[in-house]
Design a protein around this ligand. Sequence first.
Ligand code: AMP
Length: 217
Amino acid sequence: MLKKKNLVFLGPPGAGKGTIARILSDETGLTHISTGDIFRAEIKGGTELGKKAQEYVSSGGLVPDELVGDMVGSRLAKDDCADGFILDGFPRTLPQAEIFKNVLDKIGKKLDLVVYFKASDDVLLKRLTARIICKQCGLNFNKLFSPPKKDGVCDECGGELYQRADDSLETAKDRLEVYYKETSPLIDLYRGEGLLLEVDGEQDKMKTYPELLEALS
Ligand code: AMP
């Protein structure tokens, strides 16, 4: 049984948040909420929210705080978050952290831990630009470090693999810049609140996962 169940995964793009969140969710039942995945699905579905988010997502900029805040607020209030959640990619700005606090107060939940995935720009850019993702099940592969068994095909479900448009070198660099400017101040915020756990985002996931599990138990 986990002692810490309401979690935020914080860190630059490509540091492994999504990969570890997925494993942790599969193994423990915590609900994985990736704001990036939600936006991509809304864009694909052509919804109102998707139309509003599109230009920000494709340029590597941030979707306005109010839009993200409303979306996360309603998502966290759903029943499947009652037994814990992993927020992957939210909050991403200081105002979002404030919105998040208010959302938690409103729905009577408390944040247990912020897991900060630390990695150098070199590693992040290498990973992002070689990342390929399954269209069907969302599993991540990497052309350099963890290629699929068969080119272009997901090992898990046989789905087609694609590269995210915002994983091009240019947009990945822009996203890192946005991260340092807008998101990295959250590290000190949560450290100051005694909620931060730092993990090595460069090491193999098979090392990070058990370390994290122990910290949550
Ligand atoms: P990700 O999959 O986390 O890399 O997110 C992909 C894109 O979705 C980001 O580059 C942003 O455009 C948008 N996005 C995801 N989460 C947020 C957030 N919390 N605040 C603003 N924009 C976000």
